[in-house]
Design a protein around this ligand. Structure first.
Ligand code: PGA
Length: 257
């Protein structure tokens, strides 16, 4: 069986100033040598300082978005090369808040991903259905369309991470059942196999995101094809995020190598 390195990713969204950098030091102290990979995506303003503070500790940093163009007249936007320059190894793309707040389409996400990959970033591409879509039994159709439209060619098992984030579970405290999570994650794996072939598809990590916290993490991490989590609110404080890393490490140890 392919061994995928589990990933605990924190998405700080529009939260955090330099005062909050201490939270990362606390995560490092709690997890000096984690089994899983840890990624924090702070606001762009904190990237450089956070990556400098992390130094040699095993935590990667990432951006929350980048522009589809390499550079140019795009006031307020951040390019993939700027993220790399500030120390980022990853970028989150197509988060539902970007899709909703900024009207990002699958086509935008694919174009951004192409630029990010060409710049050497790994991409965390987000997909997920709204409550209306789930209630209309359209979940798998929606996810299938987002996958087909958002993932560019030339992805590999190393540079692509998928995040399944049901829009109705983000920041709401509502979490799908483990059966619902498993159904979507198995479906995503199958779609990746069809598109990329089994070898690549089995190496891509698929994260679950949406109201993950210490109290539900172990149950979610036990679901098939869940390789980690994309965590919003509970990634802001080390006291909340560190136990999620513990749960992910423990889940990894149960998987036969
Ligand atoms: P949440 O956010 O953990 O606060 O629900 C998850 C996300 O949007 O990535």
């Amino acid at each position: 069986m392919t061994r995928r390195r589990r990933l605990a990713a924190g998405n700080w969204k529009m939260n955090g100033t330099s005062a909050e950098l201490a939270e990362i030091s606390a995560v490092i102290t709690a997890h000096p040598a984690p089994d899983c990979e840890i990624l924090i995506c702070p606001p762009a303003t904190l990237l450089e300082r956070m990556s400098r503070d992390i130094g040699e500790a095993p935590i990667a940093v990432g951006g929350q978005d980048c522009h589809r163009e390499e550079a140019g007249a795009h006031t307020g936007d951040v390019s993939a090369a700027m993220l790399v320059d500030a120390g980022a190894a990853y970028v989150i793309l197509g988060h539902s808040e970007r899709r909703q707040d900024h009207g990002e389409t699958n086509d935008d996400v694919r174009a951004k991903a192409r630029t990010a990959l060409a710049t050497g970033l790994r991409v965390v591409i987000c997909v997920g259905e709204t409550l209306t879509e789930r209630e209309a039994s359209n979940t798998l159709d929606i996810i299938g369309g987002q996958l087909a439209g958002s993932i560019p060619d030339l992805v590999t098992g190393e540079n692509l991470v998928l995040a399944y984030e049901p829009v109705w579970a983000i920041g709401t405290g509502k979490v799908p059942t483990t059966d619902q999570i498993g159904e979507v994650h198995d479906f995503i794996r199958l779609q990746l196999e069809k598109r990329l072939g089994e070898g690549v598809a089995l190496s891509v990590r698929i994260l679950y995101g949406g109201s993950v916290k210490a109290s539900n993490a172990a149950e979610i991490f036990a679901v098939s094809n869940v390789d980690g989590a994309l965590v919003g609110g509970a990634s802001l404080k080390a006291a909340d995020f560190a136990p999620i890393i513990v749960a992910l490490d423990a889940a990894g140890q149960r998987v036969p190598g």
